[in-house]
Design a protein around this ligand. Sequence first.
Ligand code: DGL
Length: 266
Amino acid sequence: MSIRPIGILDSGVGGLTVLREIRAILPHEPMAYLADSANLPYGSKTDIWIQQRVLHLADQMVNRYDIKTLVVACNTATAAAAGALRGHLSIPVIGMEPAVKPASEATKNGTVGILATEGTIRSARLAGLLKAFADGLHVITRPCPGLVEMIENSEPGSAELRENVEQFLQPLLHQGADTIVLGCTHYPLLRELIRDIVGPDIHLIDTGAAVARQTLRQLTRQGLLGPPVDQPAIRLFTTGPTDVFSGVIQRLFTDLASVPVGHFTE
Ligand code: DGL
């Protein structure tokens, strides 16, 4: 058993959609969440920049918070840096990947759309997943520049957000996708809006719950599960201004609104 926290890393609040899923099946685990908000978005940065940055932050999380495992709750960072992180850290590293395999199993008409950041869309990791699981399917990949920033900065009901999401979805709907992969951990926050735009019949798939199950398996296998405590510490940190980050949480994660936010000083 281990009382050390699970470390969770993202460029912003998107990884909190994964934290929620982890908390749902591992309610006794302490967690330390770091948002690199000062550098959001990762999607438009180079792979080498992301890799160096994420290696640095992961080292800091090990040193400062004594994390027992690292969940890279960001598809873009996983695509750029998961291999390097696994080679570098001595704790287990769990990454995100766009749900290509589940989508290939869900589609009935063989047409799948993938929404993700530019970084994820151009990644070798996505190309590998498509090769392995989407052979013979018609796949429409759609980078969504600016969407992560818009999710963090707009009201969920804003007309501008809706207009942009409609525009990103347009080619997928036009080409008849019956299954849409939400390939960025921020996008589950748009699930209701997307559902409203695409209607009830299209599958919307993300991998937060699968990553939570993977975290449970990994901790179990390594004997690292925490003891059954009632109120495990959840700590949130940001590299950006704490008041801005807290504001985003108040707006988008009411269940986490009372968790204090600390500044990650560099
Ligand atoms: N949540 C991150 C992801 O899953 C967003 C990356 C970004 O900052 O662009 O890709």
